[in-house]
Design a protein. Structure first.
Ligand code: S3P
Length: 165
């Protein structure tokens, strides 16, 4: 057994929001690897990036994903960069992975200027565009289902996902 569904997508694609709606409607728990990493480290991800660097964060993320993929029956959301790891991409082949697709404009709007996303400091729109362009093929590679999220409510997105489960 494993999570019922795994949500991937760039920052601002709505992974946490949609995971919360799905877990509520399915009556199961919501697990988020970013939250797991923060709980284990005892500090926010932005501090992990500053104190230990991105490479260290990616190691923690990989370890958190290995554990979370064994969580039976949960809705699992992954950090936007989780799919950078080839082993993670290989592991995801065994799961119902949903890629939440979002336009650059909509993602930039949703992410805003919050300081909680260390890779998006500076010009948010430029950083996001680079990151989305580089990662799109990787999201496509792992996705069993792709849902375009612009102009849809969280409930409509959840409906689309639930139809395929
Ligand atoms: C990251 C996205 C973040 C978090 C970390 C790195 C990324 O998660 O895992 O800051 O590389 O895109 P969200 O996608 O939930 O913002």
């Amino acid at each position: 057994m494993s999570p019922v569904v795994v949500l991937v997508g760039p920052p601002g694609s709505g992974k946490s929001t949609i995971a919360a709606v799905l877990s509520e409607r399915l009556g199961v728990s919501h697990r988020d690897t970013d939250a797991d990493i923060e709980a284990a480290a005892g500090k926010p991800i932005s501090d992990i990036f500053v104190d230990e660097g991105e490479a260290h964060f990616r190691k923690l993320e990989r370890a958190a994903i290995v554990v979370a993929l064994q969580d039976d029956g949960a809705v699992l959301s992954l950090g936007g960069g989780a799919i950078l790891d080839p082993e993670t991409r290989a592991d995801l082949a065994a799961h119902h992975v949903v890629y939440l697709e979002v336009s650059l404009g909509e993602a930039a709007k949703r992410v805003g200027l919050g300081v909680s996303r260390p890779l998006l400091l500076g010009n948010v729109r430029t950083q996001l565009r680079n990151l989305m362009e580089a990662r799109r093929p990787l999201y496509d590679e792992v996705a069993k289902q792709t849902v375009v999220t612009d102009d849809k409510t969280p409930d409509q997105i959840a409906d689309e996902i639930l139809e395929q489960l």
